[in-house]
Design a binder for this molecule. Structure first.
Ligand code: 4AZ
Length: 262
């Protein structure tokens, strides 16, 4: 009888958490590892990573710091957002405390961004204050060339750790290694997307490992070079469905121009 009561209480608590999106970190239904299939990491290992958040501190996207006052992110993270309602946390392993939180002075996204095709999914934020480099805050270089298929890259973020039954975001930054798949290979019969992969995109794939919801806008890096921006994918860590990223080498000119003119 006691056992039954405990079981019923557990079920009730589990159901309550399952209905709570992005609030509690206690997730009784967690199935996968991290980001998806990743591990806890630190901001010191990825000091270019930032969290885009609302005034109340809800994380909604990732980003990458490229100089003292510019963050690169995805266009789809910025569409419909008011400048006064976007804040950037830098220099913290945890998205909800530590480091520094800075307001945004200006934002822009690529004029050719298409929410239908997800082409040109790139935007920038200009910070209201200049941020100097420290051990936990560092600017990342923009790629000049797309790395060849098979290059190992690292994607980081505070996004969901699984696609199904993951109701909460991890508070600790997650990292996972994935291999670059160039857009043509990603659009080929080797994978399942077909012709919906375009030349402003680059894919990255590793079995059971991927970026997921909430990682959007964040960095895909090779060393201290930003090669991709988390953009989209069908589900997360699904068989033969790589994560799709905006190709920084292709979008580099737009990023540099926007950085200078805003
Ligand atoms: C998203 O919804 C999202 N597996 C980000 C990345 C991926 C899928 C979805 C890639 O923000």
């Amino acid at each position: 009888m006691q056992g039954l009561v405990v079981l019923l209480v557990c079920l009730a608590v589990g159901t309550a958490f399952a209905g709570t999106v992005g609030v509690s970190n206690a997730d009784p239904f967690e199935r996968e590892g991290r980001i998806v299939g990743g591990v806890d990491t630190t901001i010191r290992a990825h000091p270019y990573q930032v969290s885009l958040q609302t005034k109340s501190g809800s994380h909604f996207c990732g980003g990458s710091l490229i100089n003292e006052d510019t963050v690169v992110t995805a266009a789809h993270c910025l569409v419909g957002r008011k400048i006064s309602k976007v804040f950037v946390r830098l220099g913290s392993t945890l998205y909800n405390e530590g480091g520094v939180v800075v307001a945004v002075r200006e934002l822009a996204y690529n004029e050719d961004y298409s929410s239908k095709t997800m082409e040109y999914d790139v935007g920038i934020l200009k910070l209201a204050e200049k941020v100097q480099e420290t051990e936990d805050i560092r600017y990342i270089e923009l790629a000049t060339e797309t790395p060849p298929t098979g290059t190992t890259a690292v994607v980081t973020g505070w996004g969901s750790k699984c696609y199904f039954w993951c109701m909460t975001l991890p508070k600790t930054l997650q990292e996972v290694s994935v291999d670059i798949v160039d857009w043509k290979t990603c659009a080929s019969d080797e994978y399942k997307y077909g012709e919906i992969i375009y030349d402003s995109m680059v894919c990255a794939y590793e079995k059971n490992k991927d970026a997921c919801q909430g990682d959007s806008g964040g960095p895909l890096a090779v060393g201290n070079t930003l090669v991709g921006i988390v953009s989209w994918g069908y589900a997360c860590a699904s068989h033969l469905l790589p994560g799709v990223y905006s190709d920084v080498a292709v979008l580099r000119k737009w990023i540099l121009n926007a950085t200078e003119t805003l």
